[in-house]
Design a protein around this ligand. Sequence first.
Ligand code: FE
Ligand code: CA
Length: 522
Amino acid sequence: MQYYDRACEQFSRRELLNIVWALGAAAIAAPVRAQAPVSRLAFRSNPFTLGIASGDPLPTGVVLWTRLAPEPLAGGGMPMVPVEVAWEVGTDPSFRSIVRSGTEIARPELGHSVHVDVEGLLPGRDYWYRFHAGSETSAAGRTRTAPAANAMAERVRFAVCGCNHFEHGFFTGYRRIAEEGFDWILHTGDYIYESGASAGGVRTHHGAELYSVADYRARYAQYKLDPDLQAAHASAPFIVTWDDHEVVNDYAGGRGGADVPPEVFALRRAAGYQAYYEAMPLRRPALPGGAGMQLHRRLAFGQLVDLHVCDTRQWRSSQACGKGWKSQCEEALDSRRTMLGTDQERWLFANLERPAGRWTLLGQQVYTFARDLGALDPAARFNMDKWDGYVAARRRLYRRLVDTRTPNPIILSGDVHQHFAADLKMDFARPESETVGVELTTTSISSNGDGTDVAPGWDRVRADNPHVKYHSARRGYIACTATPGTLRGDFMVLDRVTVPGQPTRVDASVVIENGRRGAAMQ
Ligand code: FE
Ligand code: CA
């Protein structure tokens, strides 16, 4: 009974009693080998408190996710043993027809999370999935496979969203996303925020600032308890990438602040990465290890959409000139500086040579277009955390899009808590220079609370940013519809997120026509 030896060291008497209760008489009577998965747990309460999710749809498969946590904010509440979880996929919401099923092991090393790589499904179909552990059953989720690889899909509908600060507002935007029933949902990062509890918001972070795996895990748990976020996950597969707050504000590569030794920051980053993997519907190649975590990946939706998901945090050079907003910063122009890192840049640039869809989408965190706020403060024109601080890397990327004749390049970004539609210019200082593609930047779901129609001072900088076709500082998401002829983005906004249950409205729509490099607003 090695399990009890290990458990006794780690649990209080009350917790131990709960575990014995949870394992039930069968487990006590029949000695379990260490690490043998326990399949007959009797839970005191439903362990599926954090909901369910699916992600990264392929034509014949999808990833299913859940995490067992009967006491989500108290370390999870699971016995420290591997636990068997059954899953099933059906073609209807009441599971009358189950087409795939199996079991997966929820391991204590990964916070009892489960990642199931389901294969053998049909392309372009809706499916429903759920989990069982002991005698408990999870909520059911709807997911959808990608269209067949060799066919031109008629239509792909997806959302772009990100930046859901728990304290700043309610996740109503997620509820509205759930109601739309998208084919998939791209999350551009800041899925959690690492700061400790603070006053003045609509609700309060559980605990202090995050440093350990247990800290990050609990924060994901708190966010995932939100019913609106759970509804979004249950409505469609997510395709996720992170930004900075999944670890700490403005970190860059292996640097987490000027006063933090890199070898010390590496431990915090690893803790954040592990908890991120545990919380997200990602495939096995994303499992973090000593070399970091591979988030960049490519997903195709028939011959219509070719999506490259990128990571602009893990491999980037440190922000130039001590970060913040700068005007004169030679370092920002240095061609040795990188946003994607050498390997990811090479991967992306090779992909672009072999286009696989009518619309080439780059999903990543920080905006790539030039955003010049010099009219407000001549000494602070550009934000060094964005591609404005990585000018040579941006030029390499844009040049590559032109040289490879990438079909209809569209960059999808988030991070800045404002909506933007912008034309991408080979030289932003010369409005007449070549237009490379279009960027759609999503505002936040809730970060920064109730917004305003335009950011303060926007009217004064507008003329210096003629490539920006649309801007809003409200909260919301982008609802996109790709067809062979056009890609349309509806900029959805909510007037309030500090009161629950608000409706969305379409603030503006952008239409990009096949073969035209530029955005037209409607
Ligand atoms: Fe954010
Ligand atoms: Ca950010």
